[in-house]
Design a protein around this ligand. Sequence first.
Ligand SMILES: C[S@@+](CC[C@H](N)C(=O)[O-])C[C@H]1O[C@@H](n2cnc3c(N)ncnc32)[C@H](O)[C@@H]1O
Length: 358
Amino acid sequence: MNKDLQPLQADRPDIITTKVEAIGFYRKMDTEATVNEMIAGKYVLVEEFYSNGLQVLAELKRKLLLTHTDKSFQGQRAYRDAFREASHRLLLKVEDNKLIVKKAPTIGWLTLLYPEVSEFYISFPDVQGMNSSWQWYEKGIEVKTLNLMLHPYYGTYFPTRFDHLKLFDKWLKKYEGSKENAIEIGVGSGVLSFQLIQNGFQNIFASDSNKNAIIGVTEETKRLGYEEKITLNHGDLFDNCDVKADLIVFNPPWLRAKHTLEEGIDKAMYYEEDLFPRFFEQAKEHLAPEGKVVLIFSNLAQVVDAESPHPIIEELRNNKRFKKELHLTRDVRASSRRTKRRDSRETEKVELWVLGAK
Ligand SMILES: C[S@@+](CC[C@H](N)C(=O)[O-])C[C@H]1O[C@@H](n2cnc3c(N)ncnc32)[C@H](O)[C@@H]1O
């Protein structure tokens, strides 16, 4: 069940419905000249093969790197911004909700996210993003702790490493408190709420500030037959939540933002300064007397910069709302690609914090 009475409209890439003037690109054309036009502000339409779009983007990258030689953080950001801006002028045409160029991937999002329109232009990078998301959605992600496949919706955060899920699973299996009511903040692809359900929790209130996460988890709960167990809400933190919970679970973003956050997946990775103080203040109001707050976190920010603050430690130190009951850590298993390299991830650990009210 969704607390919102209005059906949610998914966030999706912008499309161009009106006929913009665009230069048609064919594979035998001069790619460099085409890229120069794009940099100068013209739209280019890939006309023949999907791979011709990749060819144009490769040339755009080469061209921009000739002038963006500054390797500093600012310099690299200026390069990325220039690439982003120009690359979005490379277009593909969609008819009957399908890409019309030859050898193009089939992307179901072009139908599902655009029910009211069937013919439009869309940027090549947006198509690449949708294509990758569609592969994950179709194929699914196997979550061993749940013994099921997740099918993450477009624009939603989903786990690609599983150490934190194992840590949470290990703790949940030993949990002996009441399992009447739980709240999950930031439900994402649903994975932690599904763990709660599989471990016997009766009623879950789950929220996310990302609309697509709520749309996706609504679909997933139907598929898995968990509809009776979970109430979903699109909103900030505990908005619309009138439950006092035995357990409040939050796997928040792990890195402090140094940029202005965009809606959507950006907020799965980065947090603004006030997120944790606001969370703890509201969590206190929504916790049953014997209830626990469980946070999944990581020392990733400290690995990158030893001086960076740890918002949970700061809360415990500065406020009298909660006391630490347990702090478990687990090494992040190096993925095969990293095993031969000594990089900062070697010291990365996921953390599970259990807090009780003071
Ligand atoms: C790291 S992801 C975790 C997703 C999922 N629970 C998991 O463990 O895979 C953090 C989630 O919190 C959501 N989020 C961030 N800020 C939020 C806020 N103020 N209110 C509600 N959800 C928020 C993000 O949209 C994202 O889905």
